[in-house]
Design a protein around this ligand. Structure first.
Ligand SMILES: C[S@@+](CC[C@H](N)C(=O)[O-])C[C@H]1O[C@@H](n2cnc3c(N)ncnc32)[C@H](O)[C@@H]1O
Length: 226
């Protein structure tokens, strides 16, 4: 279990967790072993990853607590009693697409934990546009990479602003070493993109705005280091 999946586990709130794109099934096994939930569904679109999850679940002696489901996203998942859905290790667009196809997550009863591997800004925008409110967001470092993990649920209300700063940095505040690192890496990424925009007439304003945001973010990180 890497730091990324451990952080996903920390954001789980309920008793029955559905892990979408489970691959080897590490997360549901960890959640049960640590007593963080009572039962789980380990779901994947691929037969091979699901077979690997079944093997791991059997080896851990957890076949009575974890059920495997072959499913594209949540399409074939029996959602009765599911308190949490975890979508980790997938792109932000795929996570949004999976959530958009599931009616059950729109009743507000399900805590959704998301760890986008790419395009977090797309996912943040989609969640905001579609009435999902992110409540927590934290960063972690795993191997050479910095990741963000967010959790929230459908509320139909907009309780925060969805401006450029939020889209690119989410709710991550520079209060841990991991969060500072995530912010600084996002700054680097955004600065490269913004500099490329400065030469284009239509994107110049956006490029300048993004550079202003990264300057403020870098200041925020340094003031927390004093
Ligand atoms: C990179 S692995 C991530 C595994 C684990 N969740 C993690 O974060 O370490 C992505 C997994 O998502 C599965 N996957 C991709 N698209 C999917 C979909 N539409 N529905 C369910 N699973 C999907 C893949 O088969 C693969 O096992």
């Amino acid at each position: 279990m890497d730091n990324r999946l451990r952080l996903c586990a920390e954001l789980v709130e309920g008793v029955c967790v559905c892990d979408v794109g489970t691959d080897h099934g590490y997360l549901p096994c960890f959640l049960i072993k640590e007593g963080r939930c009572e039962s789980a569904l380990a779901c994947d679109i691929g037969e091979k990853p699901l077979a690997s999850a079944e093997e791991h679940i059997r080896a851990q002696g957890l076949t009575d607590r974890i059920r495997t489901v072959l499913s594209d996203g949540l399409d074939s998942v029996p959602m009765e009693g599911v308190t949490d859905v975890v979508l980790a290790g997938m792109g932000g667009e795929l996570i949004a697409d999976i959530l958009g196809r599931c009616v059950k997550v729109r009743d507000g009863s399900v805590n959704i934990v998301m760890q986008p591997m790419s395009k977090p800004e797309y996912l943040r925008r989609w969640l905001w546009d579609n009435g999902f409110a992110v409540k927590r967001e934290e960063a972690c470092i795993s191997g050479r990479f910095a990741y963000t993990v967010m959790s929230g649920r459908f509320s139909g209300e907009r309780t925060y602003r969805c401006d450029d700063e939020y889209l690119y940095f989410g709710l991550v505040k520079p209060d841990t070493a991991e969060a500072k690192e995530y912010i600084l890496r996002q700054c680097g990424r955004l600065e490269r993109a913004a500099r490329g925009m400065l030469g284009s007439e239509d994107k110049k304003d956006l490029g300048e705005r993004l550079l202003d945001i990264t300057t403020q973010k870098r200041k925020g990180v340094s003031s927390c280091q004093r």
